[in-house]
Ligand binder design. Structure first.
Ligand code: ASP
Ligand code: MG
Length: 441
């Protein structure tokens, strides 16, 4: 059920499809998009269970659109087969292949619904006109034609749509990039003006931190789009980041929840829907980080550009940058890149350092970026300093710091990851039922 403070923004619809205000789902028909990930549809038995779950909701009077991923492991398997054929497979053919996993699950799902005595229709991206650009394997959705979907919904069917795929102007099948079914679901929810988009997965929702390293981690009941965007970009893996951006843009209420329980999950909503915001909502860490330092760089105009232009030309993303001034017109430049780009970057930087006559280049691959995220930080001071105090109390040295309006990140030695996350989690009282909150301004 939807939380009460969301119901103001939610509408049911009458039989003609016009939206009208209502108080809480259950009294009037709502249009709900539900997406089930690979682990939720990983076997025929699981597909049957999910179909029954969807039908229970439909019987309450709701119109149900279901978006499915391929069975877990299937997309990886297809990628492996492609690699056996061609070192760099043709992207068009790759999409032709990768899109098949979802075709299997939607057809089986529709059969399961029919076996249970109800009606469903499975549709490919092409059939519901999910128009994308022509960037094979990472296409972007341009528009969706909802007429056919509405027609089938009005006929009482569960409409089952293949996630992750679309069609370009030439009629070729495209895919949206790994994890792209979340984006399909949110885009459909936006186009259909659905009342909610529910993302079903194998965890209970979004957690205050990774439960694997902090047993006190708790499920978050409600979080803003901006917080979720930060968490997703800083290491949380539960939602594909593009889908969150899309949900924010079209104000689609997102509900991340478990396929394997009836519990409420995490609602991702507009900031205005939350009366009191958390000072800190979540703590993330990212181990895919590496640091590079160039020492004694001549401090003169154009140096930063000489260092970073070639790196960005090579498609390498630089995250944090720190420049320290030394005496005698010298400076040290430290920055971070993804650990997976470390060797490549190091090689480039060594050459650049010679060209600009810097003294030396050093690097470190065993670092981690630990971040705290919360919209309450916007109008509350002292959060960053609390974080630094906790780190120092644990004897952890902070190597680099970066901040945004709603997050603070610190780079530390990787071996302190667990210690830092647990200490911050308890310092900001995220293990408590009611952690500190601030009223929305
Ligand atoms: N099947 C695709 C993948 O594994 C899309 C998805 O599951 O969201 O990436
Ligand atoms: Mg996924």
């Amino acid at each position: 059920m939807l939380p009460a403070n969301l119901s103001g923004g939610l509408r049911g619809r009458d039989k003609k499809g016009d939206k009208i205000e209502f108080k809480g789902i259950g009294t009037l028909m709502a249009l709900i998009v539900q997406k089930f990930g690979g682990t939720s549809v990983g076997s025929t038995d699981k597909i049957k269970n999910v179909a029954e779950r969807v039908l229970r909701q439909q019987r309450q009077g709701h119109q149900m659109v279901v978006v499915l991923s391929a069975m877990s492991g299937q997309t990886d398997k297809l990628l492996g087969m492609a690699a056996d054929m061609q070192a760099m497979p043709d992207p068009r053919e790759m999409d032709m292949l990768l899109s098949t996993g979802e075709q299997v699950t939607i057809a089986l799902f529709a059969m399961a619904v029919k076996a249970a005595g109800s009606d469903a229709i499975s549709l490919l991206g092409d059939q519901v006109h999910i128009h994308t650009d022509a960037m094979h394997t990472k296409a972007r959705i341009k528009e969706i034609d909802t007429e056919l979907v509405h027609k089938h919904l009005d006929a009482g069917k569960v409409v089952v749509i293949a996630g992750f795929q679309g069609v370009d102007d030439d009629g070729d099948i495209t895919t949206l990039g790994r994890g792209g079914s979340d984006t399909t679901a949110v885009a459909l929810a936006a186009a259909l003006k659905a009342d909610a988009c529910e993302i079903f997965t194998d965890v209970e929702g979004v957690y205050t931190t990774d439960p694997n390293i902090c047993a006190q981690a708790r499920k978050i009941n409600m979080i803003t789009y901006d917080e979720m965007l930060e968490l997703a970009s800083l290491g949380a893996k539960v939602l594909e980041i593009r889908s969150v951006g899309l949900a924010k843009r079209y104000k689609v209420p997102l509900h991340v929840r478990s396929t394997f329980s009836e519990n409420e999950g995490t609602w991702v909503v507009e900031e205005e829907k939350i009366m009191e915001s958390m000072l800190v909502s979540g703590i993330t860490y990212n181990k895919n980080e590496a640091r590079i330092t160039i020492t004694k760089v001549p401090d003169q105009p154009g140096i930063a550009s000489k260092i970073f232009q070639p790196i960005s030309d090579a498609g390498i993303l630089v995250d944090m940058i720190i420049q320290n001034t030394r005496q005698g017109h010298m400076t040290d430049m430290t920055f971070t890149v993804m650990r997976t780009d470390y060797a490549r970057t190091m090689e480039m930087v060594q050459k650049i350092a010679e060209d600009i006559e810097a003294e030396s280049v050093t690097g470190d691959e065993s670092i981690v970026k630990v971040s705290i995220v919360g919209v309450g930080m916007r109008n509350h001071s002292g959060i960053a300093s609390t974080m630094f105090r906790i780190m120092s109390g644990e004897g952890i040295n902070i190597m680099m710091i970066s901040t945004s309006e709603i997050k603070v990140s610190c780079v530390i030695e990787e071996k302190y990851t667990e210690l830092a996350v647990r200490a911050l989690h308890s310092a900001f009282e995220l293990d408590k039922e009611n952690p500190p909150r601030v009223e929305q301004q």
